[in-house]
Design a protein around this ligand. Sequence first.
Ligand SMILES: Cc1cc2nc3c(=O)[nH]c(=O)nc-3n(C[C@H](O)[C@H](O)[C@H](O)COP(=O)(O)O)c2cc1C
Length: 325
Amino acid sequence: MMKFQSRIPEILGIKYPIIQAAMSWMTDAKLVAAVSNAGGLGMLGPHAGQTTNPTSTEEVIDRMRAEIRKIKALTDKPFAVPVYISENPAVIEPMKQLLLEEKVPVVLINVVLDPELFRTFKEAGVKIIYRAYNPTIESSKEAERLGADVIVTTGFDEGGSVPSNPIGTFSAISHIADAVNIPVMATGGIADIRGVRATFVLGAEGVYIGTAFLATEESRMAENVKQMLVDMTAEDQMIFRINMLNSFYRSLPTQLAHKMVAEDNTDPVRGEKAQALMQGTVGMRIGMLEGDLENGYISVGNGITYIKEIRPVKALIDDLMQDFI
Ligand SMILES: Cc1cc2nc3c(=O)[nH]c(=O)nc-3n(C[C@H](O)[C@H](O)[C@H](O)COP(=O)(O)O)c2cc1C
């Protein structure tokens, strides 16, 4: 058995250096608490525990507060919540207040390197994970200077919005790890023990995983989509460009994904029409939560090749963290 060192468990107050990533619509208190109870760090995402779009900022905050309180009823272990959970800038300030009021132990900052935001959470003793959508050496150094505790090195193999700077997961790790002194966590396409070990060899001190947690018993993803993760491989992924973040996007095959690829091939600006078809993340809710393979899309990382069964969260964590147990 290989043995690796990591500073992350001590920094975040957890047992194993594994984080279940924020995922729009796909997280809830049950998943997050299961991860934290199994020794990792569970993290809520936008629309956590929800099935409909909120109609006001107050509703966004009230719903998030309710989900945070549900976690506290299910675990006494640390968990995390992102500061940026909406594209609406009016949500940031009340979200900041909510995280402080509810004494959330760890936050994710993933959009803007706002010194005031870092200072506020540092002063409150809250741990900060920084994940840039497009990681660069410069922004990682700046996040470290502002007080980030851990940096996630977003790689192109990930599920969700992939970086517009197409640096693969394994290239991204040493790229950033060599530039900062705080620990980095690898993300993108990691779904089995070989992937975990490889990230540590490259300089990561932990893994930040989304897709593999979707293929668990506790995940709220539709059953037919869970089965697609078991049956399909990275070869089934369809890729297209979108305007948002000027980036690429992947989906497993659905009728909507076929339309998106056709759109990408014909529309020179690849833009407004593509966004309208995807309906922002509503298309994700329709595809992944409701299991509608006509009107929705299914965003997952390239690690699906290694997903062979639907397991309880604890079995997944025990497997991926076997070098730390
Ligand atoms: C369905 C889905 C939704 C996601 N939504 C978000 C999001 O709302 N905010 C965010 O910061 N990252 C989001 N991500 C990205 C994850 O936080 C994480 O970076 C990614 O899942 C890691 O790659 P992996 O899925 O290959 O493990 C999403 C990922 C997936 C698969």
